[in-house]
Design a protein around this ligand. Structure first.
Ligand code: FMN
Length: 311
């Protein structure tokens, strides 16, 4: 059996990415109802609100997961809450998961860590993670400045580890999913695609900016400091692209971008995958079309393999 399905309890190995403030029960419920795996974020730092969202998801009975971004957690309140909440699947990110693995596993929780390099992947497997989210440089949000693409990173990690891999960064449909599976992934995670879905809570301006962007519509900003991020090319991010530095308090207006629709209030995080997104679709359509396209492509390739000819 596909190990990501065994670990998550979802119908399809299609995961909705953790995204501060955005990845809450409205979006996660839509994804899990459609057969994917919704994830609740905790990177916003809004402990009480995130705990309420997690409690709602537990009560829904739907499969879902929680993301714990280690460096951004103020204390261990969220870790303790998650261990006691009856959750089955957690992704950790942004820091070493070593200290988190024992308490999470003791609570019966499966742990995948999000990694941007082979080196981190090897350390995490040594530390005992059950799987990895392999995050290539194409993806939106917080990035490693070394910028290894999903195509190369997946192969480099698959060559060296046996744990299940969820591919993230640059995937919006069944073509990307089939490519990821060809490289050894057993699941995919999509961020930018789900931000621009009907059920995403962000302002219509954000969704339209993603639809309007082409594959060169983002920049990696702040490569020489932290956080290094991938965001849309906007008037706001232009000077940061030119100087190579993020403005102090660059994220102060992030909620104005997400929910107020002011695309110049903060960096609008998005991946190169924005160039593959041409309309705002419902979560159910995104997931059903991804699954159908995945099987169309793999069937065509299987037929090709049966002939032992390239066509
Ligand atoms: C709007 C947005 C916000 C994000 N916020 C977070 C976050 O708070 N924590 C995190 O670990 N990753 C965050 N990410 C990264 C995603 O979890 C995911 O790795 C990435 O979106 C995958 O690439 P894709 O955008 O091409 O699908 C964010 C991505 C986007 C697009």
């Amino acid at each position: 059996m596909n190990r990501v399905l065994a670990h998550t309890g979802a119908r399809y190995p299609i995961v909705q990415a953790p995204m501060g403030w955005i990845a809450r029960s409205q979006l996660a419920t839509a994804v899990s109802r459609a057969g994917g795996l919704g994830i609740i974020e905790t990177s916003s730092g809004e402990t009480a609100n995130c705990q309420r969202e997690i409690t709602q998801m537990v009560a829904s009975g739907l499969p879902f997961g929680v993301n714990l971004p280690i460096r951004f957690l103020k204390d261990d309140a969220m870790l303790r809450f998650v261990c006691e909440a009856g959750i089955r699947f957690v992704t950790t990110s942004a820091g070493s998961p070593a200290k988190f693995i024992a308490p999470l596993k003791a609570a019966g929780i499966v742990v995948y860590h999000a990694v941007p390099t082979l080196e981190t992947a090897l350390k995490c497997v040594d530390a005992g993670v059950d799987g990895l989210v392999v995050e290539g440089a194409e993806g939106g949000g917080f990035k490693n400045p070394e910028e290894v693409s999903t195509l190369v990173l997946l192969q480099a990690i698959r060559e060296r580890v046996d744990v299940p891999l969820i591919a993230a960064g640059g995937i919006v449909d069944g073509r990307g999913m089939a490519a990821a599976f060809a490289l050894g992934a057993e699941g995919i995670q999509m961020g930018t695609r789900f931000v621009s879905s009907v059920e995403s809570p962000v302002h219509a301006h954000y969704k339209q900016a993603i639809v309007a962007a082409d594959a060169t519509g983002t920049w990696v900003l702040n490569k020489k400091a932290t956080p290094c991020i991938r965001a849309l090319k906007t008037e706001y991010t232009q000077p940061m692209h030119e100087s190579g530095l993020l403005a102090a308090n660059a994220f102060a207006g992030i909620q104005q971008v997400y929910f107020g629709g002011d695309m110049n209030a903060a960096p609008a995080l998005a991946g190169q995958s924005a160039g593959l997104i041409h309309d705002v679709k419902s979560v159910q359509d995104i997931i059903e079309e991804t699954v159908a396209q995945f099987f169309d492509i793999t069937q065509r390739l299987a037929a090709l393999a049966a002939t032992r000819q390239f066509g």
